[in-house]
Design a protein around this ligand. Structure first.
Ligand SMILES: Cc1ncc(COP(=O)(O)O)c(C=O)c1O
Length: 414
């Protein structure tokens, strides 16, 4: 059966009548080659999903990273169902709330308390408020092109915003200590926090690890200057370590934000903090009607149990490395050069000498049409459900996609 998207396109035509942009944000068709990507999903299992036209894909986006054990994981789903059988959403929290806060504040290195929200953006926004409350200062430093959520202080968009929304947010350049030092000199005594990811993973560029002790020096400056370090571990999270990616990349934050994979796709985010910022955290008012929802909290327990029992972090790293090695061999065979950066479980792929990224877009589209779902402008994600055979099959698909891409030459898409 060929790759047909008639049902997906028909749903999108309906959505476009009643939803702004049809599908908004990063899930819409704007970032990918039209006619190659499914826009609506029917179901998922393990490392695969099926779209509404019945096409099957080995998935390398995995709910934008929220799926870490594969779709429809029996144990995680059972834990959530069991909790929700007693009632779905209450006014007050259940015991899962306390147990998960206890577990995470012990497990995430250096943290003493936890506050649950639904989305990563809620958690980073709260962390910034806590840092401002703790220091009595206004300024927040963020790496240029880093993504910390879609609220007015952090969104990469511009419509509907006021200059005041970002008046106290200042960009430094990742791995350029001089750009941090300049901001410190400009705003000495008024910096509340630097928000950092464990490594830099911008949408349209290579992933970049901290080099020459950049993160460690940033932390040292923070202590010396009296501002806090917020670790936005929302994307990297449990793909690096169950104790927080800062333990792998060797820096010590005051606040840690986690979300995405912590409950294998169930909506949950958490901001954790050190003992020193507990009082400030208590002083900040925050809440959400659905933030006490206990199903995702039960799911998070089951997800962490499964990851710990199966050494999931090592498994994902091995499958990711297998994929990277396979893609590099495919590229060489077709006379191409790929740069692949970031953690092996979250590879960011690009062609060398492909400035407009048309070749990357064409390759990812050709792979997707053949059943390996590759996004051209985001790092990919591997789960513990990706088997050696899945990755082998993916590399075969990549080989055919590469042949098509090279034969077509570089040209923009109409
Ligand atoms: C590093 C990082 N921070 C924050 C967020 C925002 O999380 P959410 O989309 O759940 O609001 C994301 C989402 O992609 C992210 O990757």
């Amino acid at each position: 059966m060929g790759h047909r998207l008639a049902a997906s396109d028909a749903l999108f035509a309906r959505a476009a009548q009643v939803v702004p942009r049809g599908i908004y944000g990063t899930r819409g068709p704007l970032l990918v080659v039209p006619g190659s990507y499914p826009l609506f999903v029917r179901n998922g299992r393990g490392a695969r999903f099926w779209d509404v036209d019945g096409n099957e894909y080995i998935d390398y986006m995995c709910g934008f990273g929220s799926i870490i054990l594969g779709y429809a994981d029996a144990e995680v789903d059972a834990a959530s169902r069991e909790a929700e059988a007693s009632g779905f959403s209450f006014s007050q929290p259940t015991e899962h709330f306390v147990a998960l806060a206890e577990r995470l504040s012990q497990q995430i290195d250096g943290m003493a308390w936890a506050l649950f929200t639904k989305n990563g953006s809620d958690a980073t926004t709260y962390a910034v408020q806590v840092a401002r409350a703790a220091t009595g200062r206004r300024k927040v430093l963020c790496a240029r092109d880093a993504y910390h959520g879609s609220y007015p202080w952090s969104t990469p968009g511009d419509a509907g915003l006021l200059p005041e929304d970002t008046a106290h947010i200042h960009d430094f350049v990742w791995n350029h200590l001089g750009s941090v030092q300049r901001l410190i000199e400009q705003h000495r005594g008024d910096i509340a926090a630097a928000v950092v990811t464990p490594y830099h993973h911008p949408a349209f560029d290579d992933s970049e690890l901290s080099a020459n002790g950049f993160l460690q020096e940033l932390c040292r400056l923070a202590r010396a200057e009296g501002f806090l370090i917020v670790s936005d571990d929302i994307r990297v999270g449990f793909r690096a370590s169950l104790r927080g990616a800062h333990t792998v990349f060797d820096y010590q934050p005051d606040l840690v934000c986690l979300s995405k994979a912590i409950a294998n796709g169930y909506p949950l985010a958490v901001c954790l903090g050190s003992e020193e910022v507990r009082r400030a955290a208590s002083s900040v008012f925050t809440t959400g009607t659905f933030w006490m929802h206990h199903g995702p909290m039960a799911a998070a327990h089951a997800c962490m149990d499964r990851l710990a029992a199966s050494d999931g972090v090592a498994q994902m790293a091995a499958r990711g490395q297998q994929l990277i090695d396979g893609l590099q061999q495919v590229a060489t065979r077709h006379g191409q050069r790929l740069t692949i950066t970031g953690l092996p479980a979250m590879p960011k792929v690009r062609f060398v000498a492909d400035r407009d990224m048309f070749r990357l877009q064409a390759f990812c589209a050709a792979a997707t049409r053949r059943g390996a779902y590759f996004h051209p402008h985001h790092n990919w994600f591997v789960t513990t459900a990706h088997s050696e055979e899945d990755v082998q099959r993916t590399v075969e698909i990549a080989d055919a996609a590469m042949a098509e891409t090279v034969a077509a030459g570089d040209r923009p898409f109409a």
